[in-house]
Design a protein around this ligand. Structure first.
Ligand code: ZN
Length: 83
């Protein structure tokens, strides 16, 4: 898979690190207590088909964070933008 970094241009997937889903909302900090909302946020994800937004990090390149929209069923990259 090739990814077009907004800063470096087209690069191989091996230069990037997936960091997290950009569409999940982080729960409000509940202190040291593990709440159901935090448990769901950290450990459980729906595996949905269709376009999803994700945060990636150009770890072997410019060290920039990027926001990628990707079709989950085909892995087709729809867009790559700065976050
Ligand atoms: Zn880059």
């Amino acid at each position: 898979m090739r990814i077009i970094c907004p800063h470096c241009g087209e690069r191989g997937l091996e230069e990037f690190t997936y960091t997290r889903d950009a569409e999940c909302t982080r729960p409000i900090d509940g202190g040291a207590k593990l709440t159901k909302e935090w448990e769901d946020y950290v450990y459980f994800r729906d595996n949905l088909k269709g376009p999803r937004k994700e945060y990636w990090y150009h770890s072997a390149g410019c060290h920039a964070w990027i926001k990628m929209e990707r079709e989950m069923s085909t892995h087709e990259i729809i867009s790559v933008t700065p976050p």
